[in-house]
Each structure stands twice: as structure tokens, then as C-alpha cells.
Design a protein around this ligand. Sequence first.
Ligand code: ZN
Length: 383
Amino acid sequence: MIRQNEDKIFCKRCVMDTSIPGVYLDSQGVCNFCHMHDKLDKRFPVGEKGAMILQRIAEKIRNDGRGKKYDCVVGVSGGRDTSYCLYYVKEIMNLRPLAVHFDNGWDSEIAKSNLAKLCDKLDVELHTIIMDWPESRELTNATIRACVPYIDLTDDIGIASSLYRTAVAENVHYIILSHSFREEGITPLMWNYIDGRYTRAIIEQYCKIPLKHFKNVELWDMIYWILWKRIRVINITNYYDDTGEKVETLLKEKFDWQDTGQHHLDNELFTLVYYYARRKFGFDWRVVELSAKVRTGVISRESALKALQEIPFFEDEERIEHCLRKQGISREEFEAIVNAPNKYFTDYPSYYPLLQKFKWFVWILCKLHAIPAHTYEKYFHAI
Ligand SMILES: [Zn+2]
């Protein structure tokens, strides 16, 4: 199932290349991720059409939320995309959101201050789930010891868990997210596969302390939330193309918002997440976002290829040192893990074989907005 060509051939349209597991080129030299982008681009129109769809969605959410304190839950981090999403939900869609933030102990000071200012000025209540720090740290370290590419696995589970559980507690049927395939691209499945069974397997094998606070997301949790509680997930970012500078200027003017630096650095652990993936696996996360920007015409393919030649922003010794110190991992220990054999989710028990058998069901769930709409493409076309 895992296929990786050693000879690196670049896609003729974006900057993905065939050394990345799951990247295939067609007879024209265009990769499957570009085809996925085109498919999603057709399915999710932007501009006037997108705005109309969002208004219809807003109406549905408002009707469903009548008599409730909130009508939706919005995942926020203090970074650009989630901040704009919260603004859009409140001011443009006229909804009554509850902002939900999962704090794994790595929030940057700028992100924290952004969140406070944003929620205050928008008059939106913020519900922060603060993860127990010794547990949060050990969960990340367990994932590092497992030698898999994505060491932020348990935090993504924590985010999903917080959003769904808050929606259930508030009797809300809609979770609003802000992942954009146009801005952020689609990450190859081997790079950041996530599921509850896989997470459980890593915890059982590598976690050295008992966990009292962490709540995993098992298959039955998902079934309960989706089928019984009828919770839907809407990625509103798919329907608008407000990006880059335009968004930042608005946030700065309206909310005195500050740039958190590179993508995802509202969470400082991401320096280590990116650095580790590139050092140990040769997975350069910049490729995904740069490719997305080339496809949407934000930057040229030439400048993206040039950007890849530069030293990555996450290769900053001081920041990496800080991350390792905070995680309680010595340099020697870290280097030993980097040099140990690489593993992937396919080396651990996971729900993936089951999901493959029920591909059609995943497809239906995507259509129903029961799970993020690009999940089907990501899980079955990006491997
Ligand atoms: Zn491509």
C-alpha cells in the first residue's frame, strides 16, 4: 500500500513530488493532489455562489438553534484563519457561536492575546479546555517515541474531542471549522494520519504515566456524535476566498490582532512538529501549503520552488532547543529517536482497514457534512 518513488519527479503544476508517499503523476505529469484540488474546487464554489450557500447554511443553523444559548460551536486558536472564521460566523453569517479552544500548553502569548481581544470585541463567549500539562507533554513524547511522522496526533484528537463534547453539552448540532484546501492544501495521509484506535495503540505502547484527563475519540464516539446526536461539521472556509493580506488587514484594524508568524505557529509545538517530520522522514510541510498557493494562483510555481530551497522557518536552533527542553527530552534522546527506524500508522493497529471496507459510508458522511468534506479524498486518494 505504501508507495514511494526514490526518483524525485515534480508535478508540472504544483510543487509536490513523487518522493512523497501517496503522490502519483498522470500521463501529463500532473499529480493526484492537483486533481483532488480541482474536484473540491468544483464542489465548493466561492464568490457570490459561495456566499449564497453560506447564507443558506446560516439560515439552517439559526433555525436549529432557536431557543438555545448558542447555535454553533467554532474551533479557534488565535491564528489568522480561525480568527477570521469566528468573525465571519458572528458578523457575516449572523450566528450565535460559542468559541472553543483546546489548550495543550503550547499557546503562544500572541495567540492568547488575539483570542481574548477577538472574543471580547465580538462579544463571543470563549470556552477553553486546558489540558493537564504533565499529561499533554507525556502524550506528545509517547508519539515521538512511536517514531511516527506526526507528533501532534493526540492534540488533534483533543481538539476534535473538545469540539464534539462541547457541542453535545450545549445541545448544538453544528461545529464550524476553518480548514481551507485552497490555502492550506491537503496533507498526504501518511504524514498525519489520525484515528482513535491508532492513538490508543500508541498510548498503550509508549505512554509512561496513567492518563486521567485525556479523552480519546473512538469509533463509537464518532457514531454516537454523528448518528445519534446528529452533529454536523461545516468548513465555511471552503466557500469564501478571503485570504492572505486582506484577512490580516481586517483583523488588525477591527481587533488589534497580531500576526502569530508562520502557519500554525500560534501553537509553538509546531516548530518541533515540522522539524521532526523533515529531519526524520524528509517530509517538508511547506510543500503542502506552497502547492495549494500555486494551484490558486497566489504565488507562481517558480517562486514556490525557490522558497523550498531556502532554510525552513522551523529550523531555528533556539526554538527547537526550547521545545525539547519544555518536553523534557534531551538532545541525545531526540537524536536516537531520529536515527531509529521510521514507522507509519500502518505499523500500528488502526481503523484504516475498516474504513477502507466502508469507503462508501465515509463518502455519504462527507456529503452529509457529518465529517469534514475533504475527508474522503484525503483518506482514499492521498495514499
Ligand atoms: Zn500537483
